[in-house]
Design a protein around this ligand. Structure first.
Ligand code: IPE
Ligand code: IPE
Ligand code: MG
Length: 242
């Protein structure tokens, strides 16, 4: 199917990038080799998103739970983030990509935070595609930080108490780190695992889910197109009768 004939393109595609370690192991290499190779898949999916007219592409890059990996692997992953951002930013900016990082940024090193801030500032007016990297993120952490900030607003601003108590789902959405970003239409997880691993628990409430066996470093344009084709066939009913 070519870009011209593809119908029902999701506004927001989200990818749980899993299987880097297994990809490397299959080749008799260290796990980190899979992470390096995975950057090529990120590039391919960003390019495909621009081609197909996807407006938001989000990537689960590092979970809160991933801090529990061996320190050496964590350090390599964090170094890789800084390098990938430095290497890719010219091309992303030139192609109209707005770059956003969401997650528990307090846990990130100063150098990484500085790189993130400068990339976000540089690309903030771009509108072709918003690329969101979830870093040090978990769904439960997001809901908890939203509830905490809501409680702080109630304590510091008593005149808002009633408004906050009466607010609905949309009001709570504004406290999540994803405020202003539409919920994902499609969440794809690679590597054959059928779980969310604490990802977008609130925002993914009505997302279409797709679990594919492909390991992340092998998930390139062809696999991305197949995921869009699978989504195009879905019937989203939102609890109603059609
Ligand atoms: C995904 O690949 C990358 C991150 C979670 C950071 P993994 O490192 O989880 O690879 P597998 O699942 O062990 O193969
Ligand atoms: C999920 O992958 C997190 C990311 C892809 C960033 P993991 O490999 O950490 O998940 P589990 O441990 O298999 O659930
Ligand atoms: Mg994994």
């Amino acid at each position: 199917m070519s870009t011209e004939t593809m119908t029902n393109i999701p506004v927001h595609v989200s990818l749980i990038m899993d299987g880097n370690g297994r990809w490397a192991k299959e080749r008799g290499k260290e796990r980190v080799y899979g992470h390096f190779e995975g950057v090529g898949s990120v590039r391919a999916c960003v390019e495909a998103s621009v081609e197909y007219g996807v407006k938001y592409l989000s990537l689960y890059a590092f979970s809160e739970e991933n801090w529990n990996r061996p320190q050496e692997e964590v350090d390599t992953l964090m170094g890789l983030m800084v390098k990938a951002m430095a290497d890719e930013m010219d091309s992303l900016d030139k192609n109209g990509v707005r770059f956003v990082v969401l997650g528990n940024r307090a846990r990130l090193a100063d150098e990484l935070n500085a790189t993130i801030d400068s990339c976000m500032e540089r690309t903030k007016d771009n509108r072709t595609l918003t690329l969101i990297i979830f870093l040090s993120y978990s769904g439960k952490w997001d809901i908890l930080q939203a509830a905490r900030r809501m409680a702080e607003d109630m304590m510091s601003c008593p005149e808002r108490c009633q408004e906050i108590q009466e607010m609905g789902v949309d009001g709570f959405d504004r406290y999540l780190v994803t405020a202003g970003i539409p919920d994902p239409d499609l969440i794809v997880r690679t590597s054959g695992e059928s779980r969310l691993s604490n990802y977008l628990l609130w925002q993914g409430a009505y997302s279409e889910l797709l679990f594919v066996d492909t390991l992340w470093p092998d998930f390139r344009k062809d696999e991305f197109r197949k995921a869009l084709e699978s989504y195009a066939k879905r019937d989203r009913r939102y609890g109603k009768v059609k």
